[in-house]
Design a protein around this ligand. Structure first.
Ligand code: IPM
Ligand code: MN
Length: 355
C-alpha cells in the first residue's frame, strides 16, 4: 500500500495563498510520480479571519493540526492588524505549542540566480543556519513598569535552558554529519558581552562536540559572522545560533542567496509536528497580482518532503527548481520572472512529471 500523508495548510494572508497553491501543485505532481498520497486540509487562519471574527488560533484548529504529518504555511501579516498580534498569536504560538525547537534555513545560491555579492558563485554560497526556535528573547519573559511615564522601565530577558540549548546544538551536529559536506559547525554567539547566555551555549557546544570527532568546530561572534557572510560565505557549512541572532543573520543570508522569493525554512520538531514556510512575508500590496516568485514556497515544500522522509521526492523537487531557475526564469533580482506565479509552479511540476 502506498504511503499517505496528511498536510495541514495555512495559506494565510496577502500573497500567501497564491504561492502555497504552487507548492501544493508541485507536491501533487511529485506524490503522483513517487506513488504516495497527500491529503491537504485547509485552515483559514490569519488577518482576514481575525478581522472578521476576532479569532486568531481557535482550539478547533489546534486540534486538527495536532494530527497532521506536517503544516504548510503561506504567510502571516495583514496591513490592518497591529504588528505583533498575528506574529505572536499565530506564528510564534504554533512554533511554541508544537515545540518546533529548530528553525532550519538552507542558504544556497542556485545557478541563474543573481547574488549581490561580487565574485561569488554557487560554489561559494551553500550553508545551513540552525536557529534555536523556542527560547531566547522570543520566550516573552519580561515586563514593564510605569509605562508611558518618565520613570518607565522595560525588561525583556533572553531565556536559555541547558535542555533547549543542548537539543538545538545536538540537532546541528547531527545535521552537519548527515549533510556530509565540509563537516564544519560554527557556533554564532556573543561570548564577549553576553557572558551568561553564551557561556552556556559555548560550554554545551564544546561538550556535545566531543561526541562528534568527525565534525570540525568553530566559533564566531554574531557581528563578525555578518561580516564574513558577505566577505567569505564559502567558510560556512552549518551555523548554529540562538533565536534572535538566528532571526537576524537569516535575513542577511536570504539576500545573498537571491532574496525573499527564494528563501525557505522549516520549523522543526524532530519528534512532533513540523511547519514549513517561505520566509518572505505576506507582501499585501502584491496580493492576487501573480507576480510573486513561488520558488520559496516550493522549496519549503521540498524541505517538508525531506523532513517527513520522502527523500527521493525532495531531491526531485530540488532538481526541478534548479532547472527552472537556471533555464527558464529571467531576472529575479529585478523582480522580473518572465512568468506568472502560477506558470512558475507549472514549469516545476511539468519538469518533475517529465523526468
Ligand atoms: C521569521 C520572522 C518571524 C521571526 C516574525 C514574523 C515573528 O521574521 O520567521 O524569521 O521573527 O521569527
Ligand atoms: Mn525573521
Amino acid at each position: 500500500m502506498s504511503k499517505k500523508y496528511s498536510i495541514a495548510v495555512i495559506p494565510g494572508d496577502g500573497t500567501g495563498p497564491e504561492v502555497v497553491n504552487e507548492g501544493i501543485k508541485v507536491l501533487e505532481a511529485v506524490a503522483k510520480k513517487f506513488e504516495f498520497t497527500i491529503d491537504f486540509t485547509n485552515y483559514d487562519l490569519g488577518g482576514e479571519r481575525y478581522k472578521a471574527t476576532g479569532e486568531i488560533f481557535p482550539d478547533t484548529a489546534a486540534e486538527g493540526l495536532t494530527t497532521a504529518d506536517a503544516i504548510y504555511l503561506g504567510a502571516i501579516g495583514h496591513p490592518d492588524v497591529k504588528p505583533g498580534i498575528l506574529e505572536k498569536g499565530l506564528l510564534l504560538k504554533l512554533r511554541f505549542d508544537f515545540d518546533q525547537y529548530i528553525n532550519l534555513r538552507p542558504v544556497k545560491l542556485y545557478e541563474g540566480v543573481e547574488t549581490p555579492l561580487k565574485n561569488k558563485s554557487p560554489d561559494d554560497i551553500d550553508f545551513v543556519v540552525v536557529r534555536e526556535n523556542t527560547e531566547g528573547l522570543y520566550a516573552g519573559a519580561g515586563g514593564c513598569l510605569k509605562r508611558g511615564t518618565p520613570d518607565e522601565v522595560a525588561i525583556q530577558s533572553s531565556i536559555n535552558t541547558r535542555k533547549g540549548v543542548e537539543r538545538c546544538i545536538r540537532f546541528a551536529f547531527e545535521y552537519c554529519r548527515s549533510r556530509n559536506k565540509a563537516k564544519k559547525l560554527t557556533l554564532c554567539g556573543k561570548t564577549n558581552v553576553l557572558t551568561y547566555a553564551f557561556d552556556l551555549w559555548e560550554r554545551t557546544f564544546y561538550e556535545v562536540g566531543e561526541e562528534y570527532p568527525d565534525i570540525q568546530t568553530d566559533y564566531a561572534h554574531v557581528d563578525a559572522i555578518c561580516m564574513w557572510m558577505v566577505k567569505n560565505p564559502e567558510w560556512f557549512d552549518v551555523i548554529v545560533t540562538d533565536n534572535m541572532f538566528g532571526d537576524i543573520i537569516t535575513d542577511l543570508a536570504a539576500m545573498i542567496q537571491g532574496g525573499m522569493g527564494i528563501a525557505a525554512g522549516g520549523n522543526i520538531n524532530p519528534e512532533g509536528v513540523s511547519m514549513f514556510e517561505p520566509i518572505g512575508g505576506s507582501a499585501p500590496k502584491y496580493t492576487g497580482k501573480q507576480i510573486i516568485n513561488p520558488i520559496a514556497a516550493i522549496s519549503a515544500a521540498q524541505i517538508m518532503l525531506a523532513t517527513i522522509g520522502e527523500n527521493k521526492a525532495s531531491k526531485a523537487v530540488e532538481k526541478a527548481v534548479i532547472k527552472v531557475l537556471r533555464d527558464d526564469l529571467d531576472d529575479i533580482a529585478a523582480g522580473k520572472m518572465g512568468y506568472t506565479t502560477s506558470e512558475v509552479g507549472d514549469l516545476v511540476a511539468e519538469y518533475i512529471i517529465a523526468n
